[in-house]
Design a protein around this ligand. Structure first.
Ligand SMILES: Cc1cc2nc3c(=O)[nH]c(=O)nc-3n(C[C@H](O)[C@H](O)[C@H](O)COP(=O)(O)OP(=O)(O)OC[C@H]3O[C@@H](n4cnc5c(N)ncnc54)[C@H](O)[C@@H]3O)c2cc1C
Length: 341
């Protein structure tokens, strides 16, 4: 039986461990705990960015997520997967004109709406994204608990120091392994083995808020220079900050995010901040994940730099990496780390 080490505990590691055990691989798994994956709202949105771009292959990425929910582990987690549509008001007339011409290309996923939408500012109209989904926060912890219980998984709830890795002996601590998979999120920038990839990535901190809103009848998602996602009848998640210049304090981030309510709504609902989540996105220069093997050691693998779309990418990227390792199936060229070397 092949056995491997997986280092990391966010979406990347969880989907990878799931994929490995599906292939009857023994997994030693190190997870030091704090993830960017828990800071995010968990949007799995095919129409991203301020300029509203359709994500390349979004249909395939979303289908692979659906397929995950057909698996034994995935079917237990299905109730975290929300399908409420999201409304995206256009920012200006130019955006409106462009999407009026193009939305029908994705008519299974999008609906154009010119008319007013209750309590939302949409002077230029907007689009309903029917295919957008989000994952409720407890998903990741529940997913990891199910994986940890699996007979083929040995879990270590702590940091795995690089000095514990013996490259020549292919050992992590005393475990001899066939491969080591690094899914470290932003900590990847400290990984001495992949130093040659570091110039290609940067860390982008961000924060989201959990709010309690009074008498808010709005129970759809909204994306307009930020996102607003209903959590339950009273609580809402809003996000996110993109702290490119400097890291904001939680109160600065809160202020910045609360200002967005006035941008979105004709009448700002009464609100109270319940929680501020913080995380760091590891973002590659071309906004495509880093997936593949080390240029010198073909048994060292990386699955990281998922940027702002970790959820959308993780299930497909994990599957592609395991197939690449086991069957030499080529990785999607836009994701393969070889594009950088
Ligand atoms: C504010 C914010 C909002 C976001 N919103 C969304 C969103 O709505 N939709 C979306 O798709 N994405 C979103 N993202 C991006 C998404 O969170 C990331 O793309 C995703 O979490 C990356 O997952 P990951 O597994 O690569 O990294 P992480 O989630 O950071 O996980 C890495 C893990 O590895 C562990 N680790 C690192 N080194 C070691 C080691 N040596 N030993 C043991 N463990 C180690 C870390 O402790 C951590 O647990 C958001 C990010 C932020 C910050």
């Amino acid at each position: 039986m092949k056995c491997v080490a997986v280092i990391g505990g966010g979406f990347a590691a969880a989907f990878l461990v799931h994929e490995l055990i599906q292939q009857n691989i023994k997994v030693y798994w190190w997870d030091s705990g704090k993830t960017a994956s828990e800071a995010g709202v968990g949007l799995c949105n095919p129409l991203t960015g301020q300029r509203m771009r359709w994500v390349e292959n979004a249909e395939v990425l979303l289908q692979n997520f659906q397929n995950f929910f057909q698996t034994t582990v995935g079917s237990t987690l299905r109730h975290y997967w929300e399908h409420t549509p999201i409304y995206r008001p256009f920012l200006n007339e130019k955006q409106r004109t462009y999407w009026k011409q193009h939305w029908k290309q994705w008519h299974q996923w999008l609906t154009f709406q010119d008319k007013p939408v209750e309590n939302v500012k949409n002077p230029y109209g907007g689009l309903w994204v029917k295919g957008a989904t989000w994952i409720r926060k407890p998903f990741l912890n529940h997913f990891k608990t199910l994986l940890r219980r699996h007979a083929e998984v040995t879990f270590y709830p702590h940091f795995c120091p690089y000095k514990a890795i013996d490259i020549d002996q292919r050992k992590v601590f005393h475990h001899r392994v066939d491969a080591i998979f690094f899914c470290e999120g932003a900590s990847f920038v400290k990984n001495p083995l992949f130093r040659y990839l570091h110039p290609f990535v940067s860390c982008l901190p961000g924060q989201t808020l959990m709010l309690k809103l009074q008498n808010c009848t709005w129970h759809y998602g909204l994306i307009y220079q930020g996102y607003f996602i209903p959590w339950d009848k009273e609580r809402f998640l809003i996000g996110a900050t993109y702290e490119r210049q400097r890291v904001l304090t939680p109160s600065e981030a809160t202020e910045q995010l609360l200002q967005k309510l006035a941008l979105w709504f004709t009448k700002v609902p009464l609100h109270r901040v319940l929680y501020v989540y913080r995380g760091v996105r590891l973002t590659p220069r071309d906004y495509q994940p880093l997936v593949g093997c080390h240029r010198q050691y073909p048994w060292l693998f990386v699955l990281t730099a998922l940027g702002t779309k970790g959820l959308l990418y993780a299930p497909t990227a994990a599957k592609a990496l395991v197939r690449y390792w086991l069957h030499q199936t080529p990785l999607p060229s836009q994701w393969d780390v070889k594009r950088i070397i």
